[in-house]
Write a protein that binds this ligand. Structure first.
Ligand code: ATP
Ligand code: MG
Ligand code: MG
Length: 376
């Protein structure tokens, strides 16, 4: 069978390998941390992401190369694209690694982003804040995740201190108008090299301290808004010429307007619900897309709520796993546990997730609220 090389050895690579193994593919991953979540189920080359020799070694051992992490070195990805087979291409990575390039691409696809400005000086920040209005969010253009590299600006006297800190980050900056959204949703689209596109049902996402806590599916939004969200995701996938997955994060306002927040050209945390709840998981779909197999059926089998397990949730989760849960029985919910094999259960670190399959999302949410796992 063919071997898939994965830049990045985190949980996304691990779940990709699980799905790909079932289809007969072998996996090799490149990651600096020995015994990475993906490396536990695949071969691993232990090296930094910008190590060109290690990248060439990955290429030598693989028939197809993909990435599970969008901050891998775009130049290394470009080198691999020139020298071996990277169906997603390095251009997609180059675009989505930089918030300004990403926003221009989203706009080119006919979608709306929060009004924004590129910031290169304190004066520029003050002008932009006056023009866009406060509150606003100052973000580093590159490298941010889980809300890192962001400053919410609520009053004019917060501009100078934020500039002071943000300008030290050594990347370009962007100021965005703060969108008073009603909900956050995401749509994951898959596109194959031949141009076939399928979308997974939109997820309604709840964040706690800037980290995804819950994905609720079906999202509790009108059918019109959800159809429009899927249409935008298809348009973005087509305009960017995506091969593989693209996750599209969006804000929904009370009057049903959609703003695209950001993109991720890989499996996405908000798509983990697909593992049991859809006919095809996002991981299988990604493998199918990059290997040019026909895409699978993404339709929903059951209502579901995905809840992330962070380091602080591990102890109560382990206790719960050994228990016989009468509440789950009574509510008719079936919680499915996925753990990523990370050794250290650090505070706020993603250790796993639970897909709570249920007769309706209210029952799943009720089980989560009664559970001791997320009390900490
Ligand atoms: P991720 O872990 O999803 O990659 P990130 O660090 O790249 O996160 P964003 O997704 O841009 O950051 O923002 C994190 C969260 O902050 C969003 O999910 C949203 O809740 C809030 N947020 C970001 N930008 C805005 C905005 N312009 N208006 C209102 N809220 C915002
Ligand atoms: Mg992000
Ligand atoms: Mg985000």
């Amino acid at each position: 069978g063919a071997t898939i090389g994965v830049l990045g050895g985190g949980q996304l690579g691990r779940m990709l390998a699980h799905a790909g193994n079932r289809l007969g593919y072998k996996f090799v991953t490149l990651d600096p941390t020995p015994d990475s979540p993906c490396g536990q189920t695949a071969e691993q080359i232990v090296a930094k992401y910008d190590d060109r020799d290690a990248a060439r070694e990955l290429a030598k051992r693989s028939d197809v190369i993909t990435y599970e992490f969008e901050n891998v070195d775009a130049d290394v990805a470009a080198m691999l694209e020139a020298e071996s087979y990277v169906p997603q291409g390095s251009k997609l990575l180059y675009t989505t690694q930089h918030r300004l390039r990403e926003k221009r691409a989203i706009e080119a696809a006919g979608a709306t982003v929060a009004p924004y400005a590129e910031i290169v000086s304190l004066e520029g920040l003050q002008d932009a804040a006056a023009r866009l209005g406060l509150p606003a969010v100052l973000k580093t253009a590159t490298g941010g995740y889980d809300g890192k590299g962001q400053w919410v600006l609520r009053s004019e006297d917060e501009l100078a201190p934020a500039w002071e800190q943000a300008s030290k980050a050594g990347t370009e900056l962007v100021l965005e108008q703060f969108i008073r959204f009603d909900k956050e949703i995401s749509v994951i689209a898959a596109r194959s090299p031949s141009g076939e596109v399928r979308t997974f049902p939109p997820a309604e996402n709840v964040h706690v301290r800037n980290i995804l806590h819950l994905s609720i599916v079906p999202a509790r939004e009108s059918a019109e808004v959800l159809a429009e969200a899927e249409r935008l995701a298809v348009s973005i996938a087509e305009t960017l010429g995506v091969v593989g997955l693209i996750a599209v994060e969006m804000f929904v306002t009370a009057d049903g307007k959609l703003f695209v927040n950001e993109l991720a050209p890989r499996p996405h945390n908000s798509g983990h619900y697909t593992m049991e709840a859809c006919r095809t998981s996002q991981f299988e779909q990604h493998v199918r897309a990059i290997c040019d197999l026909p895409l699978g059926n993404p339709s929903l089998l059951t209502p579901v709520v995905m809840a992330n397990i962070l380091g602080e949730h591990m102890e109560p989760l382990m206790a719960w796993m050994k228990s016989h849960d009468a509440v789950a029985n009574k509510l008719g919910v079936e919680p499915k546990v996925h753990l990523y094999g990370k050794a250290e259960a650090k505070h706020m670190r993603k250790m796993g997730h639970v897909n709570v399959l249920a007769p309706n999302v209210e029952a799943a949410l009720e089980w989560i609220s009664q559970s001791d796992i997320w009390r900490v």
